[in-house]
Write a protein that binds this ligand. Structure first.
Ligand SMILES: [Zn+2]
Length: 96
């Protein structure tokens, strides 16, 4: 898992959090004031990755006040994750 992510002007630490599953938290959550995204550990890597993308979409939704319903955020995040996975060269190409 990467340890930092930059999204729409927010430089966020990505932290694998051991206790999240026991506190009935979701698989991930973000806190822009604290400057971090928490991702539960002890789950499959691809689920962690999907959770991170989900949190990133939620952050975009928050920052731009889009008010996207949560089920739509979930669908959008899964689609974005699939596009990234299906095009491993894409991020590298865009970042040039
Ligand atoms: Zn969510």
């Amino acid at each position: 898992m990467i340890d930092r992510v930059y999204v729409c002007g927010q430089d966020l630490e990505v932290i694998e959090e051991p206790n999240m599953q026991h506190t009935k938290q979701l698989l991930g959550r973000y806190d822009l004031l604290q400057g971090h995204i928490l991702i539960t550990d002890g789950i499959a890597r691809h689920i962690q990755e999907q959770t991170l993308v989900h949190e990133l979409v939620e952050i975009v939704d928050c920052l731009f006040e889009l008010d996207i319903p949560h089920d739509k955020i979930t669908t959008l995040a899964v689609a974005v994750y699939m596009v990234i996975k299906d095009n491993p060269h894409l991020m590298e190409e865009i970042a040039k």
